[in-house]
Design a protein around this ligand. Structure first.
Ligand SMILES: O=P(O)(O)OC[C@H]1O[C@@H](O)[C@H](O)[C@@H](O)[C@@H]1O
Length: 457
């Protein structure tokens, strides 16, 4: 199959492009010296070709990108002043493409929806690929509408719903761990698992992203997209293969099975936002005092939801998903806590807790916390931790996602139905939040969250 000839980045002057997309591309092109790609930056800002090349070069330099593919991309790079919501502008950008074009929408969801609408008035070159960043829509109805508009433009295999967590090597390692080891798969089951936590806390604060974040909040920014995808990999059945059709299908089924814990969207979620404090030696103002934040909007910077996978394998096991900003010593892991043994023989003192499997999402590592007869008294049980350092992936998560996109392989992209299912459960819990049935609590930046949350864990 022919690969993508031109990557058009809509939203080229944005933060996402310079901080994540271009460095990811730089590493990818270094790894793949034979790839030939034309790179077109498109945005409203009045920039010229030289300024765009400088932006691309700086991003490439930040990851020490070198080689013929990198030089080729820089030499052919171009920038076109573009209103992504205007059909004429989109037509002009596509006319400048060589080979099969991919349009990458690095723009907010409202702009992406308008751009997709505008594309209906443009004659798309054959096989044009459309790549949309998360969040895909702003709720389930808008995601369905966006899917409908996309389906009337191009076939589903030309739509890439991007989620960079699926490009993280440890996230993908969940597949290898679950489906190539006889020892784990049978016990990852309601018979043996007491609870699963999927946590991605960050010490970072808002970082001048109010324009986007103050509408999304922690729930939409992290849980609706990234953490639900991780949960789908943990709960899904074994796919026939890890190729696009099988993997996307089994993951979609896993997302379809999600419910708020005990069917109660009020009790299944809690939310909070940070007040002033110090994280990693850096003083952060209260979230509501950050530039561009509307305190009346009541957006959370820490969200936690408890979900159930309503399946034979997992029914009755709580999955706690949590993500927060400005959190000290942030946890980033999938932690599977196993049930206690049915009977502990008398005369084996010292057991300190259940077996826990931790898949650390950053840095990449895995640990298994066990009870063993350790050193000293052979009848006393000690805690032992088996650790595997998984090492970093060859590409950045965005590099992996772009690799699939440029090869037109949708394995790491989310299916239309999956995007809608992922909103379903989130919308139910958010409705309980926006109707005021769940309080918006507070925690000082640099703490682990509201104090009483820890004691109720
Ligand atoms: O740790 P990573 O890979 O940068 O992912 C976390 C980031 O993921 C992004 O998608 C979110 O918008 C950010 O708010 C978050 O910080």
């Amino acid at each position: 199959m022919d690969t993508i000839g031109t990557l058009v980045v809509l939203g080229a002057t944005g933060d996402l492009t310079s901080r994540l997309l271009l460095p990811g591309l730089g590493r990818l092109l270094t790894e793949q010296p034979d790839r030939r790609l034309r790179l077109i930056g498109a945005d409203r800002a009045p920039r010229d070709r030289e300024q765009w090349v400088d932006t691309v070069r700086a991003a490439f330099d930040s990851v020490e990108a070198t080689g013929p593919a990198v030089e080729h991309a820089l030499a052919g790079a171009d920038y076109l002043v573009t209103d992504a919501t205007a059909a004429e502008d989109l037509g002009r950008v596509l006319a400048a493409a060589t080979g099969i074009p991919a349009l990458y929408f690095a723009v907010p969801p409202a702009v992406a929806a308008q751009a997709v609408q505008a594309l209906h008035r443009v004659e798309l070159p054959e096989h044009t690929v459309l790549a949309l960043e998360k969040p895909f829509g702003v709720d389930q109805p808008s995601a369905s509408e966006l899917n409908r508009m996309l389906a009337s433009l191009v076939p589903e295999d030309q739509v890439f719903r991007v989620d960079h967590f699926l490009g993280k090597s440890t996230v993908l390692n969940v597949l290898g761990l679950r489906f190539t080891n006889r020892v784990f798969e049978p016990v990852l089951h309601r018979e043996h698992v007491a609870k699963v936590e999927i946590v991605y806390d960050e010490s970072l604060g808002l970082e001048n992203r109010a324009g986007y974040y103050d509408r999304a909040g922690a729930m939409v920014d992290m849980i609706q997209s990234h953490l639900l995808q991780v949960m789908a990999l943990v709960t899904m059945d074994a796919p026939l293969s890890v190729h696009a059709t099988d993997l996307r299908h089994t993951k979609t089924e896993a997302l379809r099975a999600l419910r708020p814990w005990a069917g109660d969207p009020v009790a299944a979620g809690r939310r909070a936002r940070y007040t002033a404090g110090t994280v990693d030696g850096l003083h952060l103002p209260s979230y509501v005092e950050e530039d561009g934040v509307d305190p009346g909007r009541g957006i959370e910077t820490l969200a936690e939801v408890t979900l159930e996978s309503a399946t034979w394998r997992w029914a009755g096991v709580p999955f706690v998903l949590r993500s927060g900003k400005a959190v000290a010593r942030p946890r980033r892991e999938i932690a599977v806590t196993f049930r206690d043994v049915p009977h502990q023989p008398a005369g084996l003192p010292g057991v300190t807790g259940p077996t826990v499997l931790r898949i650390c999402l950053s840095p990449d590592a895995m640990t298994l916390e066990l009870n063993v007869n350790g050193p000293g008294d052979p009848f006393v049980v000690d805690r032992a931790v088996l650790t595997a350092d998984l090492g970093a992936g060859r590409l950045t998560p965005y590099g992996e996602v772009l690799n699939g996109l440029l090869d037109r392989d949708p394995t790491l992209s989310i299916s239309a139905e999956a995007a809608e299912h992922a909103w379903g459960v989130v919308d139910q819990i958010r409705e309980a939040w926006t109707s005021g049935r769940v309080p918006l609590e507070e925690y000082p930046a640099g703490s682990a969250g509201p104090e009483h949350w820890a004691s109720s864990d």
